[in-house]
Unconditional design. Sequence first.
Length: 260
Amino acid sequence: MTILQRACLVAFTVSLALPAAAVGPSPTPESGVASQEITGNILIKKKLTKPSVTAPVSVYQRGAAVELGKDTAEDPLAYERSRVVVYLEGPMPAEAAPVRQAAVTMQQQNRRFTPDLLVIPAGSAVSFPNLDPIFHNIFSLSKPKTFDLGSYNKGETRSVTFTKPGVVYVYCHLHPNMEATIVVTPNRYFARVDPSGQFHIPNVPPGQYTVVAWHKAAGFFRKTIDIAPGHNGSVDFFIPIGDDPQPKVAMKSMDGMEGR
């Protein structure tokens, strides 16, 4: 065997002993960045919702007798926390996920709206099926969306599309005790607060936003937050604002988010 042949054999043997290099596409800058999220807590120390007064059935009953639905017993403060909606305001960066319009339902059953609080992104539709053996006539006079669906009987449904952000209060012409709220958000970044007071908005792109907390009885509360790439954000709210040990940051409704 010549010297050249021996050198080639050694080089070939060494190449077999060395581990092969990883083969694959070069990682992009985005591949190593975790999705950002905004979390927080809502602190409520006292009951905010006034008790509703329902007139006797004979005052406004139309058609067959329908038993009025009853509230389920729960911790009053947990109930108040679960009535808070949190969403983001402000310009959305180009990488923000597009709004996914939803098709949701608000039933009329036992002379009540179920659920009586909905949160949807602008452009979504809500259907109002009547499950009672009596007529209902659903309407709203709110600025973001005014409508009157007319009277319709059991088994029928009618739908409304909500194109503008805002708070829409819904009622029934025939049953004054019936009322509900639809919060229409400007984008897909929103959350309902759980009974413990916690909320979670996932997959938030980097940027500066206004975090809005809304409660029907307490109104709007706003705080600014900066989300950096790969870093989560956190913000807490004390409702009502008089209970907040921090400087006051509540503002009146903006961007058409007023209700009536």
